[in-house]
Design a protein around this ligand. Structure first.
Ligand code: SAH
Length: 211
């Protein structure tokens, strides 16, 4: 899979691709690139924002540079994702769907957001990562990418660990985990986990998973 992220802060994306899951994804043959939106500006000031029609505070990101970036980066099977607090809420199912695409382009907004014509005419889908407003689309893009990379075979080390993952089983929170030592500061690991009784462990885990 190839992922292009269009942003005014490419360094924020690069910081993630150099370590951990993202790096592993790249080692497995996936491509994740950050592109500086200013590359597609049309004036010597490299203007990417302007005042909102109708007045009001703040600035709005202009449609032209985003349009030109997507035109240049787009291929035949590209899905263009706009990050937006008003978009479709990200779920495990949506992440899985995105993981099956050949090519994704993410558009990261800032300020008051992006000219609505990007959503209307350029993006294929707009996605929110939750009911709150962040200052930019970089973290949302990274959250969506993390959630979808986990569904690409070979990216998560142990496929069993992905299968055990709570959202795969239709529950919202996984059971609690413990590791050594058995006792720390007088805080003990639940007895059942040490029992070696697999059925009892399974029952406990099911019980402890939040519906
Ligand atoms: N005034 C806008 C908010 C813009 S926030 C409004 O009320 O809709 C600036 C940018 O941050 C957005 O364009 C989007 O790219 C990103 N962003 C902020 N919160 C987000 C969220 N919950 N999910 C996805 N993207 C978000």
């Amino acid at each position: 899979m190839k992922i292009d992220v269009v942003t005014i802060f490419p360094g924020q994306i690069d910081a993630f691709t150099s370590e951990g899951l993202f790096r592993r994804a790249v080692q497995e043959g996936n491509e994740i690139f950050a592109h500086d939106l200013r590359k597609w500006t049309r004036d010597s000031y490299q203007t990417i924002d302007d005042r909102p029609f109708g007045g009001g505070p703040g600035m709005v990101m202009k449609v032209e540079p985003i349009h030109d970036a997507v035109q240049e980066l787009k291929k035949k099977n590209t899905e263009v994702v706009l990050t937006s607090p008003r978009g479709t809420l990200l779920t495990s199912d949506l992440a899985k769907k995105l993981s099956r695409k050949d090519h994704l382009i993410f558009i990261c907004g800032h300020y008051e957001g992006v000219d609505e014509r990007v959503r209307e005419h350029i993006a294929d889908i707009d996605i929110s990562i939750g009911g709150y407003v962040l200052s930019g689309g970089e973290l949302p893009a990274l959250v969506i990418i993390d959630a979808l990379l986990r569904h690409i075979p070979g990216v998560v080390g142990n496929p069993e660990s992905l299968k055990e993952e709570s959202h795969e089983k239709g529950i919202t929170a996984e059971y609690p985990h413990y590791t050594r030592p058995v006792e720390f500061n007088g805080w003990k690991v639940p007895e059942v986990l040490l029992s070696g009784d697999h059925r009892a462990v399974q029952e406990w885990r099911t019980r402890m998973s939040k519906p």
